[in-house]
Design a protein around this ligand. Structure first.
Ligand code: ADP
Length: 496
């Protein structure tokens, strides 16, 4: 009988009130049941929000540098348990061990950054326009933050949201993705051991349409941070708008890599393999469009197809594996749907295009690395996020055309250019309409201490990570201290 895991509410591990559970299975070996996690209800969410509301009252009184010390400890504990957590993460979501180690490392880095931010959280002191008066601002916590996260970075993405929320003095109720509850449980263990007080951090497992929705609609949750699909983001954004909540949305991408004739093509080849097929293409920053100059197209495509065919597919815990499975059956079916669509749209499937089977792959949800040729701007496979190992290749003649194609989608998360021409590099930096642009590196690989996010329909204007996310999790308060001993009227007495 598989182990039953619990929600974390008010510092205690508690069973879901309705007693229902869901199974968590290894996508690379579907017969492997990892455990059972709570299929929670709105009742459980209500309890968690109550606990968080109480926790907030004392946590906001703890000085920010002290709150930061708890996160420093969380970073240390994650470092101690890195290998164990990475292995559990690979087992439940499939990406190779090297990548899951990176996932944990990103949370460690984010924890240390948050710890140091506890000693900054800068406000401003500026001159007042009146004599005998000071003007300044400082940053205050807001309340209970509802955090909703996806499966592809089971610990890194939650850490981007939860650590800043906590160091700023907020309490958290977290709804992790259904596919990665084990990573979430381990992350929660770390935070408890690090000394986050009871109620300040709570985890409720379950379905997005029930638990996620209850959290989003809860009147005592004024802050929402979500990473996931554009469709779900739209629902959350609507509710947040209606209820006047602060909301950060991180959603899709259709990220281009441009390769011009003077590029280091060996470097570009390494970059595209990692950008397109790393995490089995299941990253919002995945390189899903390759824009090749017509003069390098044929030669580069040949090398790309050979290299894609040679990628070793398998279980992520096998040290030889370069690409793991897709996360679940619907994801696999979605990829198949888009490959069929590519055929209908007149593309050539240069390699892949089907499920990967064979020795060692068993009943795993594997799909071959797929390269689509003959893609033209406006095709659905060029416009829509597939979230799998499928790369659309386009050709261009003038750099202006490449920029126009790159920008011609509704998303604006990441972009990349491979060139040795400094002028082109700077043009790319300014003309590509994305939140992130890489020069001579693929579209993936954000670092924890820089802001992360996109333009257009990728997000709603906020950034995660770096120094910027701390603004999201705090309310600015302005103080005017007048020690002149008389009434001084701004704008009026100033000009007397
Ligand atoms: P993905 O395609 O990356 O799985 P989803 O948007 O489906 O993206 O899921 C991201 C997160 O949003 C998951 O934790 C999921 O459970 C949650 N979620 C899904 N639907 C809703 C909803 N209606 N309200 C709130 N959260 C939801």
């Amino acid at each position: 009988m598989a182990e039953k895991f619990k929600n974390l509410i008010g510092g205690e591990w508690v069973a879901p009130s309705a007693g229902a559970y869901f199974e968590n299975r290894d996508p690379a070996r579907c017969s492997d049941v990892i455990g059972l996690w709570p299929r929670s209800s709105a009742d459980d969410v209500n309890r968690a929000v109550e606990a968080a509301s109480r926790g907030f009252l004392s946590w906001r009184e703890v000085p920010a540098p002290k709150r930061g010390m708890v996160l420093k400890r969380a970073g240390d504990l994650l470092a101690e348990r890195k290998e164990e957590i990475a292995r559990s993460m690979t087992r439940e979501m499939g990406k190779p061990l090297e990548e899951t180690r990176g996932d944990v490392q990103e949370a460690i880095d984010t924890g240390y950054y948050a710890a140091s931010e506890g000693r900054r959280l800068f406000g401003h002191t500026v001159p007042s326009e009146l004599h005998g008066k000071w003007a300044m601002s400082y940053r205050r916590p807001i309340g209970v933050c509802g955090i909703i996260t996806p499966f592809n970075f089971p610990i890194a993405v939650p850490s981007w949201k939860i650590f800043p929320a906590l160091v700023c003095g907020n309490a958290v109720v977290w709804k992790p993705a259904e596919d990665v509850p084990h990573s979430a449980t381990l992350f929660a263990e770390v935070l408890l051991e690090a000394g986050v007080p009871p109620g300040v951090f709570n985890v409720v497992f379950g379905e997005g349409s029930i638990v996620g929705r209850a959290l989003v609609e809860h009147p005592q949750v004024p802050v929402l941070s979500f990473t996931g699909s554009t469709e779900t983001g739209a629902i959350i954004g609507e509710t947040a708008g209606r209820m006047h909540k602060r909301v950060s949305l991180e959603m899709g991408g259709k990220n281009p890599m441009i390769v011009v004739p003077d590029a280091d093509l060996d470097l570009a080849l390494d970059g595209i393999l990692w950008g397109a097929f790393g995490t089995t293409g299941q990253r919002c920053t995945a390189t899903s469009r390759l824009l090749l100059h017509e003069s390098v197209h044929d030669g580069f495509v040949k090398r790309l197809v050979d290299a894609a065919r040679a990628l070793r597919i398998g279980h992520g815990l096998d040290g030889e594996t370069q690409m793991g499975p897709l996360i679940h059956r619907e994801a696999l079916e979605k990829v198949e749907y888009y490959v069929d669509l590519a055929r209908q749209e007149g593309c050539e499937i240069a390699c892949g295009g089907k499920r990967a089977t064979g020795p060692g792959l068993g009943d795993g949800l594997f799909f071959e690395p797929t390269v689509l040729l003959g893609v033209t701007p406006g095709m659905r496979v060029e416009q829509e996020e597939i979230f799998g190992p499928v790369l659309a290749v386009l050709q261009f003649r003038e750099f202006d055309d490449a920029v126009r194609i790159a920008n011609g989608v509704k998303y604006g998360l990441s972009s990349a250019v491979y060139t040795r021409d400094v002028n082109l590099a700077f043009r790319a930096m300014t003309e590509l309409d994305t939140g992130i642009t890489y020069i001579n590196a693929p579209t993936i690989g954000a670092e924890a201490h820089l802001p992360f996010g996109g333009t257009k329909q990728t997000g709603n204007g906020h950034r995660e990570g770096g120094w910027q996310v701390y603004e999201f999790y705090t309310e600015t308060k302005v103080i005017y201290a007048d020690y002149s001993g008389r009434l001084q009227r701004a704008q009026i007495d100033t000009y007397k």
